[in-house]
Design a protein around this ligand. Structure first.
Ligand code: NAD
Ligand code: ZN
Length: 350
């Protein structure tokens, strides 16, 4: 099989040909039709995350081993499977749940494998879908597309799923005003999902005018370019002078998280999702006095991914795929994402 692999931080991806694995037991070999290009693939390629104050969290310290084949938004067809696989036949179109856990820890026991203590996620800790074939450890990680467009479905494994988890968290205080920061792959899914899940007025913030206009087309009630120094004041004024009930930060860098906290009203809820990173000084007394909740959201569980497939099947959500690359062109896909040239999601079609 052919794969585009990360061989080390910031080195060009290597296009390699290796033996196609033969599935055994519960394993399924999926012929990859389309794989989404996520900003997290970029962090993996860059070697880690910015912790602020000049510090860096290396992905190798989180257990990543190079070389690794990235790609966690995998859609394809069942090609071959082991003797213990039930319910699937050759040719079935499937979406892969990539957030594979250890199966033993408290999170895995309640089927939140995305929050596993010892994660084995596909495209991060084991080889993923920048490849013409992908070996899936168990058929329980597959979901049939049943009519959902394969390219659009890729987004449901990460960008849609993460946005779904985050928006549900942001909806816990029944927001009248919800701010979504970042109108990238995740944020645009966030706008569509918020439109469906919440009853909020949605205020979308980004630094890119084109992406903001698309957020508006997708349902944002207000759009604000945060290059404007008065962004926080503008948001508070939209929210009747009181501030937003909830903020979901799909960027999560010092400037965006700080702005999120600034615009939050009493009893507000801040959900941090992006991995742009950095650090922030908190005014501690404000948190109890305003009774603010700050929480993180990391991807989502299998059953939420299946719910999202249903929403996509009904046309309630429509992931936006704007660019397509071949497997040999994976370097361009990542470079274009880095240069902020991608609207919504790009996919690689091996
Ligand atoms: P993307 O590159 O598609 O989009 C990022 C968006 O943020 C762009 O629209 C960009 O213009 C905007 N942006 C950048 N800096 C900004 C700023 N200072 N103010 C306002 N907007 C700004 O990325 P994506 O695939 O949507 O991923 C977003 C982040 O979420 C990445 O860090 C990614 O690794 C992370 N992520 C987290 C999870 C999770 O489970 N927590 C899952 C997937 C991705
Ligand atoms: Zn992702």
């Amino acid at each position: 099989m052919k794969s585009s692999r990360i061989i080390g931080p910031n080195e060009p991806l290597q296009f390699v040909e290796i033996d196609t694995p033969i599935p055994i037991g519960t394993q399924v070999l999926v012929k990859v039709k389309s794989v989404g290009v996520c900003h997290s693939d970029l962090h993996l390629w860059e070697g880690g995350y910015d912790l602020g104050d000049g510090k860096f969290m290396k992905v190798t310290d989180r257990g990543v081993k190079y070389p690794v084949t990235p790609g966690h938004e995998i859609v394809g067809t069942v090609e071959e499977f082991g003797d213990n696989v039930k319910g699937y036949a050759k040719g079935d179109q499937v979406l892969v749940y990539p957030w594979v856990g250890c199966g033993q820890c408290p999170a895995c026991k309640v089927e939140n494998e995305n929050l596993c203590d010892a994660p084995k996620s596909l495209g991060v800790f084991q080889d993923g879908g920048y490849s013409d074939y992908s070996l899936i450890p168990h058929f329980k990680y597959l979901a049939k597309l049943d009519g959902v467009d394969p390219e659009s479905a890729t987004s449901l494994a990460c960008s849609g799923l993460t946005a779904y988890t985050a928006i549900k968290k942001s909806n816990q205080n029944f927001p009248e005003f919800l701010v979504i920061i970042g109108a990238g792959g995740l944020g645009l899914m966030g706008v569509q999902i918020a439109k469906y899940v919440t009853k909020s007025k949605i205020i979308c913030v980004d630094i890119d005018e084109q992406k903001l206009n698309i957020a508006k087309e997708m349902g944002a009630d207000f759009i604000i370019n945060s290059k404007d120094p008065d962004t926080a004041e503008k948001i508070i004024s939209i929210c009747n002078g009181k501030g937003a009930d909830s903020v979901v930060d799909f960027v999560n860098a010092p400037l965006t998280a700080k702005m999120g906290l600034t615009v939050l009203r009493k009893r507000g809820n801040l959900v941090l999702v992006g991995l742009f990173g950095g650090s922030l000084e908190l005014s501690l007394v404000t948190i109890p006095l305003k009774s603010i909740t700050i929480q993180g959201a990391y991807t989502g569980n299998y059953s939420d991914m299946v719910e999202l497939l249903n929403l996509a099947r009904k046309g309630i959500i429509n992931p936006m795929i704007s660019k397509r690359y071949s497997l040999g062109d994976a370097n361009s896909a990542l470079n274009d994402l880095k240069a902020r040239k991608i609207i919504g999601r790009a996919v690689i079609n091996p």
